[in-house]
Structures are given as structure tokens and as C-alpha cells.
Design a protein around this ligand. Structure first.
Ligand code: FAD
Ligand code: FES
Length: 275
């Protein structure tokens, strides 16, 4: 985290958790909350921080808002750690270190495809791009967040159950968009890995550049422990954002991940286990 006024190219980070008071908690959706901190944070779209709740766990979270003297992350309550976060209130404290990882490139004529809580990793990217097409899907209406924040954006919304926007998956909409809109030159994506693998395959078919933010279980977050490896790439240090040429060399992308013990399991098993 940056506590001085250095330019964006000279991002500083801290590897020691800073115990910061939560300045605000915003309910974004039924099970999604943003936790704000009144501190400057210099980072780039796609980077993440490590959030430590003493006695519970420490996990990576994308930086979902940053403004002068303020930043936030958005958590979806789905497991032990995120359910514990869900109980926190204004003035409670969390240990924050980072920011970590690389970032999305910022190219014109872009399409952003987000699935579920993956929207938090691309939210600051959407703010920085020049009029991107945003395709954003979730299971149902109650899982769609930031709708007010992005009103006025060129956005196609979708839900699996048809409760809001178009019924169906973001990938079908992307395929249509790339078939009919020859202006799109690059696709940025974050969401369930099964979705991102499909996005990658569709981009390959249309010969369009693609960058995906890959999620893996993390411990150290700065390239030491090896917990987050995908093939020979270290997600926390080489990623989390990988381009199409890198993704094409990762045979584990969209297929396998490692659990806490280091054992390689299928993605389906990975998401079915508490990590
Ligand atoms: C770089 C990076 C950025 C991240 N940014 C965010 C963020 O901005 N907001 C956020 O909420 N999380 C984010 N995560 C994920 C976060 O770090 C936690 O792993 C996740 O929230 C689950 O933690 P938990 O302990 O609550 O749940 P766990 O106990 O690990 O999991 C509980 C259950 O939830 C399900 N589950 C867990 N993860 C997934 C998944 N990805 N897809 C589908 N089902 C799943 C499984 O069924 C599992 O049994 C990020 C991860 C990475 C690597
Ligand atoms: S989390 Fe330790 S190397 Fe990535």
C-alpha cells in the first residue's frame, strides 16, 4: 500500500499487514459487501491485496474502488473467511498488505466479460477504459452488483435464470458480439474459470486478443511458497492477469487447481472443497 504521492508507474507496496479501520461498509447485493478504508492506495486495474482477519484467515481480494485517500474491496460471502468478513462493521479492523500482482493492459476498442464476483476485479478497469462493451452475468438478479455505479456504460447484463437482463451465459453474448462487432480488438475477463476458458476459446476462434485474471488459492502472495502455481507460472507474481499467448501454454487453465495441501484436483473438486 502506498502512503506517499508517487506516480502510478512507481507503485510501492507493503508486505507487512497494516491494521486499518473499516471506514464504511456498503451492501452491494444480497451477499456482497464493499469494505472501505480511508487510506491512499496506489494500484492498477487487476491488482489485489491480502486481507487478514486475525484468528480466521488471510485471503486475496481485488481492489474494487480507489479514489484519492480511499480504497475498497468487495467480498461475496460464500465460505468461512468471507462469512466472517460479512459480520464486520464500520470501525472494525482488518490487516491489509499489498498491492500485489500485475494488471490488465489498457487498450482501446475493448470488451470486458465478467461473471459473478469477478466483476470486482475488472471494476476499476471498466472505469479506466474508453467506452468498453461490458458483458456481465451472474446466477440471478441478486448476484448482480454495481448496477448504479455502471449505469450509463455500454453494458449487456445476463442472468442464468433470466431474472434480469438476458437469460443465458456471458459467453454466448460475447460470441454474438464478436461476430457482429468488428471494432472489438481485445477482451478482458474475470469470473469462474470455466467461463474464462470459454471466453479464451471464443477469442481464439475470432482471432481477438484476450486477457484473463486467474484465481488460485494463495498463501504468501509474493512468489515464495508456490501455493498458487498453474503449470510453471506463479499466479500471484506472474499474474493474476495472463494474456492469450501465456494462457495457451497453461494446460491446467480451465481444468485443474491446487488445494491447500498442494494436491492437484479438477476445478470442480477445487470449488467443492473448503480451502
Ligand atoms: C487474485 C484474487 C482476487 C480475488 N478477489 C476476490 C474479490 O474481489 N472478492 C471475493 O469475494 N473473492 C475474491 N477472491 C477469492 C477469495 O480470495 C476467496 O478465495 C473466496 O472468497 C472464498 O473464500 P472463503 O474462505 O470464504 O470460502 P472457502 O471456504 O474457500 O469456499 C467455500 C465454498 O465456496 C465455493 N467457492 C469458493 N470459491 C469459489 C469460486 N471462485 N467459484 C465458485 N465457488 C467457489 C466452494 O463451493 C467452497 O466450498 C480472489 C481470489 C484471488 C486469487
Ligand atoms: S501464493 Fe505463494 S507463491 Fe503465490
Amino acid at each position: 500500500m502506498q502512503l506517499s504521492n508517487k506516480p502510478e508507474t512507481e507503485i510501492c507496496r507493503t508486505d507487512i499487514p497494516q491494521m486499518l479501520e473499516i471506514s464504511d461498509v456498503v451492501q452491494e447485493g444480497k451477499s456482497q459487501k464493499s469494505f472501505f478504508f480511508r487510506r491512499p492506495m496506489e494500484c492498477r486495474p487487476g491488482q489485489f491485496i491480502m486481507v487478514w482477519l486475525p484468528g480466521v484467515d488471510e485471503k486475496p481480494m481485488a481492489v474494487s474502488y480507489w479514489r484519492k485517500n480511499e480504497f475498497a474491496f468487495t467480498s461475496q460471502a460464500i465460505g468461512r473467511f468471507t462469512n466472517a468478513l460479512d459480520n464486520l462493521k464500520k470501525n472494525d479492523k482488518l490487516g491489509i498488505r499489498g498491492p500485489y500482482g500485475n494488471s490488465f493492459s489498457l487498450k482501446d476498442d475493448a470488451c470486458v466479460v465478467a461473471g459473478g464476483i469477478g466483476i470486482s476485479s475488472v471494476s476499476t478497469l471498466i472505469g479506466k477504459l474508453k467506452n468498453p462493451l461490458v458483458i456481465y452475468g451472474a446466477r440471478s438478479r441478486q448476484h448482480l452488483i454495481y448496477l448504479k455505479r455502471f449505469s450509463g456504460k455500454n453494458m449487456i447484463l445476463a442472468t442464468d435464470d433470466g431474472s434480469y437482463g438476458r437469460k443465458g451465459f456471458t459467453t454466448g453474448i460475447l460470441d454474438e458480439a464478436l461476430s457482429s462487432n468488428s471494432k472489438i480488438k481485445v477482451v478482458y475477463t474475470c469470473g469462474p474459470e470455466i467461463m474464462m476458458k470459454k471466453v479464451f476459446d471464443i477469442c481464439k476462434l475470432h482471432d481477438i486478443e484476450c486477457e484473463a485474471s486467474v484465481e488460485r488459492m494463495m498463501k504468501c502472495s509474493f512468489g515464495i511458497c508456490g501455493a498458487c502455481m498453474v503449470n510453471d507460472r506463479i499466479v500471484c507474481a506472474d499474474g493474476p492477469v495472463f494474456n492469450a499467448s501465456q494462457l495457451s501454454k497453461l494446460s491446467e487453465f480451465g481444468r485443474f487447481a491446487r488445494i491447500k495441501t498442494g494436491r492437484k484436483v479438477t476445478l470442480k473438486e477445487y470449488h467443492g472443497l473448503h480451502r
